[in-house]
Design a binder for this molecule. Structure first.
Ligand code: ZN
Length: 226
């Protein structure tokens, strides 16, 4: 399979990868990550206001969700053990621990999933306007290399729905793309979807003037490899 950098909103619209009941999908999954067998999800706006869908839908244990404080900086933490469940002062989490689920909350900012299937190791990064300026995705790619020797060419990157022009003046999804491609990433995927364009599916801090919920981006390494 050729892994070319691509940005294909049309494809994402055709195959959104919803899971859950057809009339009430709970999580969005991304075809590039599903193809690698990586458990992951991006929570869709549910009819139960503000409450994310259960992570058990994705085979994850809600008591083993590790989260970052998210300060709009570029700090990255390596999660080496199932505890603690909270990492202050960071906006990105990387792990090679199986069964530990990573969680990032967003509402317009991008969640960026990173996966090295060889180690295997996985990462989740919060990259909005400030984090993208501070090059957190570049730092995460460097983190994979320094901690596990992962070449950027082996990584799979997926950008979640996030706010985009013309709904927002800064195209940070494009900045994320540039950071990834400059670092040598070949398997770069951006769903191309704007959160503010689809308030039926996503929360948008900007479009809803700050009164909104948070989307959960979650992922974890599979507990056994097929
Ligand atoms: Zn939009």
């Amino acid at each position: 399979m050729a892994r070319l950098a691509r940005q294909s909103p049309a494809a994402a619209e055709i195959d959104p990868g919803w899971i859950g009941a057809a009339d009430r999908p709970s999580w969005q999954c991304f075809p590039a990550l599903t193809a690698e067998g990586l458990p992951h999800g991006f929570s869709l706006r549910s009819r139960t206001a503000g409450r994310p869908p259960p992570v058990r839908d994705l085979g994850m244990d809600p008591d083993r969700l590790v989260e970052a404080e998210q300060t709009h900086g570029n700090g990255i933490a390596f999660v080496e053990t199932p505890e603690p469940l909270f990492y202050p002062d960071v906006d990105g989490l990387l792990t090679a621990c199986r069964g530990v689920a990573l969680k990032i909350r967003v509402a317009d900012c991008a969640a960026v999933y990173l996966f090295d299937p060889e180690i295997p190791a996985v990462g989740l990064v919060h990259s909005g306007r400030k984090g993208s300026e501070a090059q957190i995705v570049r730092k995460a790619i460097q983190g994979f290399r320094s901690r596990w020797g992962s070449p950027a060419e082996r990584l799979i990157l997926q950008v979640s729905p996030c706010i985009r022009p013309p709904h927002y003046e800064v195209d940070f999804a494009q900045q994320i793309r540039e950071q990834a491609l400059d670092a040598g990433v070949r398997a770069f995927f951006d769903c191309g979807i704007c959160t503010a364009c689809h308030l039926d599916r996503y929360f948008s801090f900007r479009a809803e003037k700050g009164v909104t919920g948070r989307i959960w981006a979650v992922t974890m390494l599979p507990t056994c490899r097929s």
